[in-house]
Design a protein around this ligand. Sequence first.
Ligand code: FAD
Length: 380
Amino acid sequence: MIDIIIIGGGASGSFLASLLPNSHLFEKTNRLCSKLLLTGNGACNITHDEEIRDFISHYYDKKNFISPAIYSFGPEKIKEYLKSKGVDTYSREDGKVFPTSNRAETIKAALTEDIKNIHLNEEVKKIEKLDSYFIVTTTKAEYKSKIVVIATGGASYPLTGSDGTFFPAIKALGHKIIPLRPALSALTTQSIDTHKIEGVTLNNVTLLHKGKRYSGSIVFTKRGISGPLAMNLSRSIENNDELTLISAQIDRDEIKKQNGKAKCINVLHEMTALPKAFLEAIVPCPDKTIAELSKKDIQGIMEAISALKLIVKLDKLSLATVTKGGVDTAELDKKTFSSKIVDNLYIIGECTDVDGECGGYNLTYALASAYCAYKAILLG
Ligand SMILES: Cc1cc2nc3c(=O)[nH]c(=O)nc-3n(C[C@H](O)[C@H](O)[C@H](O)COP(=O)(O)OP(=O)(O)OC[C@H]3O[C@@H](n4cnc5c(N)ncnc54)[C@H](O)[C@@H]3O)c2cc1C
């Protein structure tokens, strides 16, 4: 009989296994923390320097659910823990916290070095609950365990191992699975040709979606838009939704007052400080001079700069940074992450229906939920 079986060797499962020496960690791929190694472009944005009250506001409608976990093991505790493992961190101007090494490998080492019992290349296929213990069936054997923790992640970047295939087994235990969909995903659009402006960033712009205003920065990609603003919004986008991009506010009369001989694109660049490449891609008559602009041209310019309509589509779930949906949080105790359906079962990390914004919030949640389960298991 094993005391504790942890299923999934990502950030949350590995951290928990390192805190619980009597646990056995099962990971279906041949290495731990594959997804963590991709984070922050390989530098790992592990958390965010922010007052806890503000920190919590980055989890959309899950503020109440995640609050006890973030208060137990928020940004300060994470930095302290890493420091105790010899990993120094620093925060960038925008608050994002990274290891000083700028290498996710450093964080992986800190989260995994104390793990005692690792079963790599061993996929858990089924969990059965008997009266006082679980039978966990893997691709290699059958194990008995008093406690089971599920940390199998979401369904994006399936090559990292978190491919969503374990959700039916969680459902079979009686848990409700909220439908999975992309979050923190890039958006595609054919409303403008973004090929020529790939990599162009617009800071402090506004997107209108279904009557609500969202502000931040976007980056154009070959097929559409990305960047924090677009990615944070993606969780509520349905295919073919309309977004209105307000890049700058511009006064119609001011345009007409400019030097008539000047090329309109140069004037607009000076008036708005928007990148020329972007203006060239959206303005209907970039080569005309100010004197040549008709009323219709000016109307077109106004709309392009202050109300550009974009019909957008979501990227595939497999390409999203985070999965929205998963185990219904109403069926979990928010202080312990124990199941309200099955005794001695815990469910942590991204396989639960929690997703945070860009900026270190998802890894923080993975670690904080693991820490809450650790405390609860320790107290018995
Ligand atoms: C490209 C990219 C960049 C990101 N950047 C950031 C960032 O900078 N900051 C941030 O906060 N978040 C970031 N994220 C999100 C963050 O990586 C995840 O939210 C976090 O890793 C989730 O941790 P987890 O332990 O819940 O799941 P995962 O890390 O997904 O781990 C789940 C593990 O379970 C294993 N598994 C699944 N099923 C089974 C099974 N049946 N048996 C055994 N093992 C199984 C999988 O192989 C996997 O190893 C990024 C994500 C991506 C894809």
